[in-house]
Design a protein around this ligand. Sequence first.
Ligand code: NAD
Length: 368
Amino acid sequence: MASRKLLLLPGDGIGPEAMAEVRKLIDFMNAQMSAGFETEEGLVGGCAYDAHGQSISEADMAKAMAADAVLFGAVGGPKWDAVPYEVRPEAGLLRLRKDMELFANLRPAICYPALAQSSSLKPEVVEGLDILIIRELTGGVYFGEPKEIIDLGNGQKRGIDTQVYDPFEIGRIAGVAFELARTRRNEVCSMEKRNVMKSGVLWNEVVTATHKARYSDVKLTHMLADAGGMQLVRWPKQFDVIVTDNLFGDMLSDVAAMLTGSLGMLPSASLGAPDAKTGSRKALYEPVHGSAPDIAGQGIANPIAMIASFAMCLRYSFNMVEEADRLERAISAVLDDGLRTADIMSDGMTQVGTTQMGDAILARFKAA
Ligand code: NAD
């Protein structure tokens, strides 16, 4: 069986603590399930700055480019607040995203039944929620030129950002959405603001044309992005896959994230284009949370976002769908058993630390 090359970049703060729990799963899958993971490890963020004076070394960048998938923990912390801007911890993550050309950001919002009570919305609105937001990550208003503050010469200034999308950028992100919808409930809702933005008109046209040309088996709907935000908090279960641009995706994915409770629960994936020869995509998987310096080193961080990111890696990089389902079921079962880390603790539940939570998920995964 072909080997599966995984680069682990635990990073700073709680990153290494959470990654240790994934390593246990990898070891088990190699030993008992012949998974064939070949893992390498590297430094990113503040720890890389301490070791090499860079937020990621060229050697570790080369490992990332050669890997089938990268698992990323978290970076940053007060220790590195004063380092030069170009080598700040986050620069390592931005370099990875840029060099690996990761244009598609996937943010699932899954509400485990056991946690429905802890959402800020009514339990019946979020219980069993399983939606996937796909955000275009490398184009749009965050990157478009001109991007500047100009002096108007009359004592006034003007701030300018430019929303730019070319058809190929819209077509490729729409393609990712339709393909992933086929592995789920087969429905895509595209969100833009075609009523007030020319880029929205083009977005709508290209998504519609891509659908007609290659994905007419998938159900496609369109929604204005502001209405989409409202519908997300009104009745989020109406959605399966949402595809949207960089700016709207940034906001809508954060709205969707909070439907499900704690930051410690949320995984994400960023995917590149498929390789012309092999068809495989470059990919990076990471929890949505940061390095949580306030709790780092205490053994109390929730490892579920990191473990669920590994489940996404199994599903999207290695097509190990059964194993991914089994791991997600193991997470759900442990929550049903009443185990909680401090961030998701509630009355009557059993509080556990990072290692105990990881061990319990591994035990459920083994037993499944
Ligand atoms: P954060 O996500 O690190 O923490 C926010 C709050 O959520 C904290 O109270 C923290 O204890 C809690 N939290 C986060 N993850 C948790 C987990 N797994 N289990 C339990 N509690 C958890 O965000 P922040 O405090 O704004 O940033 C801290 C550092 O992380 C900063 O240096 C920031 O730049 C960096 N950061 C990095 C990333 C990344 O690596 N992708 C993302 C966001 C922030």
